[in-house]
Design a protein around this ligand. Structure first.
Ligand code: FES
Length: 653
């Protein structure tokens, strides 16, 4: 062809286009990922590109200085008003003149990759369900009696190729004033579900909006509610925050909440109101932290265990308290925020709740499966998501099993005498010298220094308020390694252990980590009761993992992924010393942070992943722990530290 050649980087896509073709048009025809909100009107600047001028023989093309058209008046106007970064052009205005290489910077890509911080796995490809579109709507006309919504629909069809739209009453009531205020130019946020052909109008602004749109990924746990606020354009996490689940006052674990609902008429409603109120508070707080207005939140994804799931939805969880543990529905769910009384975020925000696997294995386990993808693993991987209820997955490409185990809230710092949520002031890591029995620790939110082993130590010793989940796991394991605890979990006396830090506590003993009572501060210690709570929790976790291994007919696993909503991460060594997880080579035990929260983020940022997890969930075999006699057997044997009978050869290496 004699038409000029256009090559896009980084995609490498190329094609010949007649002189005068706008770069945005060329990109569209080649399927190059180049963003646009205003549809090529030169006002949104999302289409920015960088032509490689003055370079010769790039990609086999000789690029001439005038390979692109001169700045036209639209582009010049943008440049004068806002200013483009040096070397950048507006892709919708700059047109092809000669052979040219065009680079699409990451900000101009819709489907840019969001790089995850957690080491273990997948990055997120941006493909959210909600997008912004700028449109010019035809003014009404006496001779052509159509409604404003129908003309908006026509405009979206003509200018963006969008076929059907729907709008709720809350949008309809604002449609006419907004259209007129914007002088028939508006920006609409359209939500397209993966299950629907229709686009739903979620929000509408006059003119081209300067507002960004956001989504919340919420991991609704029994003890902690954790949320990530994400920019829906680029997936960036603007803020992460958490609050205690106020339902704790109705019962610390799930079964006691189910009993509360059974024993007290209206008890389920009370718990529903409590959790919704807490989510509204969290929405407010996280928006403030990120410096956005809550109504800019247009989407929310929830992951939660089945009991939380039902209580969030306002469904009495009574059936989940007794065999056969029937869910109202295990399907994924979609609704408006206002249906759940979530009225701090945009009331039209679209809520998506991941599917549940079974009566005891919830959407949180599905989210972990989405984040860690055990079903794509070549080797046999055990994924444990540690919380008040542990979600456990074991599998590989052939088969994935899942169960949930009632560990109780000890791993989240609850039911622990000095326990607290992972927040500033909490001890999150600890080391006990095996000779002197003196502790050194790191506190969230303090200045720290690292020793040669990379272990960080706190400098400030004030403002310490308690121990969080990861801290208590390390504390118990360190106490065992320093000989302060025997294998049955009994704390020794000062005489026996040789340290004054072991003080009497009733008829048992406690180990003092930090004593600031002289300055009016707290006494932070690990008591015998704390050790028992951790033993119960870790036995339940281990027994669940073992049950899946029995079911899979294996004695060992190839690797272990440790996840949990608390603290920075769980130390692999300490988890194994404690016997939380089965024996495995230490370098095959990795930490994934809050995998359920990550799964929620993936579902928020990539609408295709919703279909993926809906399919995956159907392929997971769930194993019921509650009615399995072997679970009890495994549970009792797992009480010793690390274990009464199972060998831990990797620990002695
Ligand atoms: Fe909006 Fe180019 S597409 S400025």
């Amino acid at each position: 062809s004699s038409d000029p050649l256009v090559i896009f980087t980084p995609s490498g896509k190329r094609g010949h286009f007649p002189v005068g073709t706008p770069i945005l048009t060329a990109a569209r025809q080649l399927g190059v990922d180049l963003d646009s909100v205003c549809g090529g009107r030169g006002i949104c600047s999302k289409c920015q590109i960088t032509p490689s001028y003055g370079e010769f023989s790039k990609h086999g093309v000789t690029v001439a200085q005038d390979a692109l058209s001169e700045w036209n008046s639209v582009e010049q106007r943008y440049q004068d008003k806002r200013g483009l970064i040096d070397g950048r052009r507006l892709g919708c205005q700059a047109a092809v003149q000669g052979d040219v290489v065009i680079d699409v910077p990451p900000e101009s890509q819709v489907h840019r990759q969001v790089v995850r911080k957690a080491a273990s796995s997948r990055n997120i490809v941006m493909d959210p369900a909600t997008h912004l579109y700028f449109v010019e709507v035809q003014e009404p006309d006496m001779h052509e009696p159509t409604g404003d919504l129908e003309r908006l629909e026509r405009a979206l069809q003509d200018q963006w190729g969008i076929e059907h739209i729907t709008a709720d009453l809350t949008v309809l009531t604002r449609l006419q004033p907004v259209l007129r205020k914007g002088q028939w130019q508006v920006t609409v946020a359209l939500h397209k579900s993966h299950k629907d052909t229709c686009h739903k109008v979620v929000e509408i602004w006059p003119g081209l909006t300067e507002d960004r749109i956001y989504g919340l990924a919420i991991d609704l746990g029994s003890t902690t509610i954790a949320a990530h606020l994400c920019d829906l354009r680029n997936g960036e996490v603007k803020a992460s925050s958490g609050v205690m689940n106020p339902q704790i006052r109705f019962g610390e674990d799930l079964m006691s909440r189910v009993s509360y609902a059974m024993m007290n008429p209206g008890g389920d409603k009370e718990m529903t109101t409590a959790v919704r109120t807490a989510i509204n508070g969290l929405t407010e707080a996280i928006s403030t932290e990120a410096g956005i207005r809550p109504f800019q939140i247009l989407e929310t994804v929830f992951v939660c265990n089945p009991v939380m799931h039902h209580l969030l939805l306002g469904i009495d969880p009574v059936e989940l308290g007794q065999a056969p543990f029937a869910l109202t529905t295990s399907e994924s769910l979609a609704m408006n925020a206002r249906d759940l009384d979530l009225n701090v975020m945009n009331e039209n925000a679209q809520v998506y709740i991941l599917p549940c696997i079974a009566g005891h294995v919830g959407a949180d386990a599905a989210a972990v499966a989405l984040a860690e993808e055990p079903g794509k693993s070549e080797d046999l991987v055990l994924v444990v998501d540690v919380g008040t209820n542990a979600e456990i997955l074991l599998g590989n490409k052939e088969r994935v099993l899942a169960c949930s185990s009632p560990t109780g809230p000890a791993f989240e710092g609850a039911q622990i005498s000095s326990g607290q949520r992972a927040a500033p002031g909490a001890i999150e890591r600890i080391e006990i010298d095996p000779v002197t029995k003196e502790p050194r620790f790191r506190v969230i939110g303090s200045d720290t220094w690292s020793d040669e082993d990379g272990f960080e130590h706190v400098i400030a010793t004030t403002g310490i308020s308690g121990i969080c989940g990861s801290g208590i796991i390390e504390a118990v394991a360190e106490m065992r390694m320093a000989g302060l605890l025997d294998p049955s979990g009994l704390i020794g006396s000062a005489e026996k252990t040789g340290t004054e830090r072991c003080i009497p506590e009733g008829r048992t003993h406690a180990y003092v980590i930090h004593d600031a009572r002289a300055d009016g501060g707290p006494l932070i210690s690990v008591t015998q009761g704390d050790i028992r709570a951790i033993q119960l929790a870790k036995s339940a976790l281990y027994a669940g993992a073992r049950l899946l291994m029995d079911e899979m007919n294996v004695e060992t696993v190839d690797r272990v992924v440790l996840a949990g909503a608390f603290g920075a991460h769980i130390s692999n060594k300490h988890a194994m010393v404690l016997g939380m997880i089965p024996d495995a080579p230490l370098d095959k035990v990795t930490s994934a942070g809050n995998a359920a929260g990550t799964g929620a983020r993936i579902a928020l940022c990539n609408v295709g992943s919703r279909r993926e997890i809906e399919t995956t969930v159907g392929e997971i075999t769930k194993v019921e722990t509650a009615i399995e006699p072997r679970f009890q057997e495994h549970f009792i044997n797992a009480s010793a530290i690390p274990h009464a009978t199972d060998p831990f050869p990797e620990l002695s290496k």
